[in-house]
Design a protein around this ligand. Structure first.
Ligand SMILES: NC(=O)c1ccc[n+]([C@@H]2O[C@H](COP(=O)([O-])OP(=O)(O)OC[C@H]3O[C@@H](n4cnc5c(N)ncnc54)[C@H](O)[C@@H]3O)[C@@H](O)[C@H]2O)c1
Length: 323
């Protein structure tokens, strides 16, 4: 059996923060053996806590036969963690120099056929793979928080990535229930974070300019566009906004508005005052609930929403980039 046909059995997670732990929980739920590494001595405690928090929701969604929370091993030794893994996911802090160094160490210790994905939200794969001896199997594999529930993973190859490795990566991520979206060309922020950053910049301006509170901005998303976005993206949503004429009519009607100077491409300065306003606003919205309590509420909601999305887009199952 060649390496590309070996079934996925072992995954290594490098960097056990919010995202690394989310990957670990997802892989465990799919019945895999998972090794996790992080230099922080407190990371092991956080890893187990994160798995415990995610597991009830994962069980409700249905875990694979043989899946167990106990099939995870923690080590501070990176080389030990990645040896023998078929898929290695890097989730170190978003700092270019650090990530390059961590990826080079992963590359040196990994099996030659292992696929190496970086969770980076915005860095380019060509930069990240630059110090690797086998850059052809290094790619961006950008997920969404919570990784154990949200299926999107953006796969982006760099100048030195072999397109066949990206296809192999897509197969492996599908094994753990993800929906790979292969990004055609590398670009900072990939696709999804480009969109999210645009919304985030506008949201910060609205709060900074005193137009709205954080709660009011969130209400504008949650009770309006956000509800539609869980089923249809921006384009299909606007196709419906054009009535019988669809997108063509929508562009005729609203196209001129694109020339209005509404949007601000640059984010506002993160002054102490803005930071206070945004952080206080979020604490007011949380109304005494801890982040963990909010996560539990979010997870239960997402679990049911995912079922709804599958019910309403059955034909999109397994298709890439559809919906
Ligand atoms: N938080 C999000 O919503 C989100 C979403 C998608 C992608 N990402 C990306 O995932 C990556 C991790 O983000 P996060 O939010 O989990 O950060 P985090 O701060 O929660 O976790 C980072 C972890 O990396 C560990 N670390 C530090 N130095 C390390 C090293 N040399 N080797 C291995 N691990 C090391 C830290 O101890 C920490 O546990 C970033 O690249 C980020 O852009 C984040």
């Amino acid at each position: 059996m060649s390496a590309s046909e070996t079934p996925l059995e072992r995954v290594a997670i490098v960097g056990a923060g919010v995202i690394g732990n989310g990957w670990a929980a997802r892989c465990l739920a799919h019945g895999l053996d998972v090794t996790v590494t992080d230099p922080d001595p407190d990371a092991e405690r956080r890893l187990h806590e994160a798995i415990e928090t995610a597991w009830p929701t994962l069980e409700k969604r249905g875990v694979a036969p043989g899946a167990s929370r106990n099939r995870v091993r923690f080590t501070t030794d990176l080389a030990d963690a990645v040896a023998g893994a078929q898929l290695i996911q890097e989730n170190a802090p978003e700092r270019e120099g650090l990530k390059r160094e961590v990826l080079a160490r992963i590359d040196a210790a990994a099996d030659p056929d292992a696929i190496i994905g970086s969770s980076t939200s915005g860095l380019l794969p060509s930069t990240l793979q630059a110090d690797c001896s086998h850059p052809e199997r290094v790619m961006v594999a950008h997920p969404f928080n919570p990784v154990y529930l949200l299926p999107l993973v953006e796969l982006v190859g760099g100048e030195q990535t072999d397109p066949a490795a990206v296809q192999r990566g897509a197969e492996l991520y599908r094994v753990i229930g993800m929906r790979p979206l292969i990004v055609r060309r590398e670009i900072e922020g990939h696709i999804a974070d480009r969109l999210m950053e645009a919304l985030w910049r506008e949201a910060l301006h609205l709060v900074n300019d005193g137009v709205a509170t954080t709660e009011e901005v969130d209400a504008a998303v949650v009770y309006g566009a956000g509800l539609r976005w869980s089923l249809m993206g921006t384009f299909l949503t606007f196709h419906l906004a054009g009535g019988e004429g669809g997108m063509r009519h929508m562009l005729e009607q609203f196209g001129p508005a694109l020339k209005l100077p509404w949007t601000k491409l640059e984010a506002p300065e993160l002054t102490d005052e803005l930071i206070e306003r945004v952080a206080d606003g979020c604490e007011h919205q949380a109304a005494g609930r801890s982040v963990q309590q909010l996560e539990a509420r979010r997870d239960e909601f997402l679990r049911r929403l995912l079922d709804l999305v599958s019910e309403y887009w059955p034909e999109a199952e397994g298709l890439e980039g559809r919906i």
